[in-house]
Design a protein around this ligand. Structure first.
Ligand code: SF4
Ligand code: SF4
Length: 272
């Protein structure tokens, strides 16, 4: 079986440094990689876009960043369907926009993720292609796209492997696709995606006037039951939760009952 290309991003490791975005711009702006890509405009395009998501309330909040290139969704993708042959999937899974065939075709509305950008000067739709011009060049010694090579925290990883091997990786590492479409075969996957797509319940536990460290707190509801110990600051945080009603208990006492409805909740402080 032939190998395909896959990008994996760990949401928990991204600090919004924008190195991936800068490396992409450095690679493509002013550089003509025909027949792969026409030069990217210096401004306005974000082939590697970094989305921001804040969760929580009061002072119990967090923020997560999701680096979003084209997901390389395969031939059933709406961009390919709309392009009339100008967008095709290569044998390694990379979805390419063919320059000659795509001239004058504005496909920006045909990607549900907003991953196609219009180049007015070249009269071309453009998007990430996993730096196919580098991957196809044996003298590119790193063997991965520029953005992956530039990531200082290791949040971006790149794999060239058979689909069956990657499916095992998805299972073993708990990877997810972001808003996958029916019939699509995305080649960009995420670790810790719950920080973008799910919510948490947090709160604090006091014993007398002091934060209570090491108290076993149990969360139960919506088909889950989880237990964790409070931190040195007396806090707990149950993450990756679906919407529903939850009860928090510790040492036989109810700390709080909360209802998650599309947003994370600070259950407040409770005294044992
Ligand atoms: S992410 Fe958008 S541009 Fe990329 S393959 Fe999917 S539908 Fe097409
Ligand atoms: S793979 Fe290449 S084209 Fe795609 S976002 Fe990264 S640097 Fe840009």
């Amino acid at each position: 079986m032939a190998t395909e290309r896959y990008m994996v991003m760990d949401v928990a490791l991204c600090h919004d440094c924008n190195n991936c975005f800068m490396a992409c711009t450095d690679e493509h702006a002013d550089n003509d990689w025909a027949p792969y890509q026409a030069p990217m405009p210096w401004h306005g395009h974000r082939w590697m876009d970094i989305l921001r998501h804040e969760r929580g309330e009061n002072d119990r909040i967090d923020v997560a960043f999701l680096a979003k290139p084209c997901f390389q969704c395969g031939d059933s993708a709406p961009c390919a369907k709309a392009a009339g042959g100008a967008v095709k999937t290569r044998g390694d899974g990379i979805v390419e926009i063919y320059l000659d065939a795509a001239k004058g075709k504005d496909l920006t509305k045909d990607c549900p993720y907003g991953s196609i950008w219009w180049n007015e000067e070249a009269q071309l739709p453009q998007k990430c292609d996993f730096c196919a011009h580098l991957l196809d060049n044996p003298s590119w010694e790193h063997g991965v796209p520029r953005c992956v090579h530039s990531c200082p925290t290791g949040a971006l990883k790149f794999y060239t492997e058979e689909p069956a091997a990657f499916a095992k990786r998805v299972e073993a590492e708990g990877l997810s696709a972001y808003k996958p479409m029916d019939g699509a075969t995305p080649h960009v996957w995420y670790k810790n995606l719950h920080r973008f797509t799910k919510n948490f319940v947090t709160g604090g536990v006091l014993r007398g006037y002091d934060w209570a460290e090491g108290v076993e707190v149990t969360l139960e509801g919506a088909g889950v039951k989880q237990t964790q110990k409070t931190t040195a600051f007396g806090e707990y945080k149950f993450d990756g939760l679906e919407d529903g009603d939850y009860t928090l208990t510790a040492e036989g006492k109810t700390l709080a009952t909360v209802s998650l409805k599309g947003a994370s909740v600070d259950a407040g402080d409770a005294t044992l």
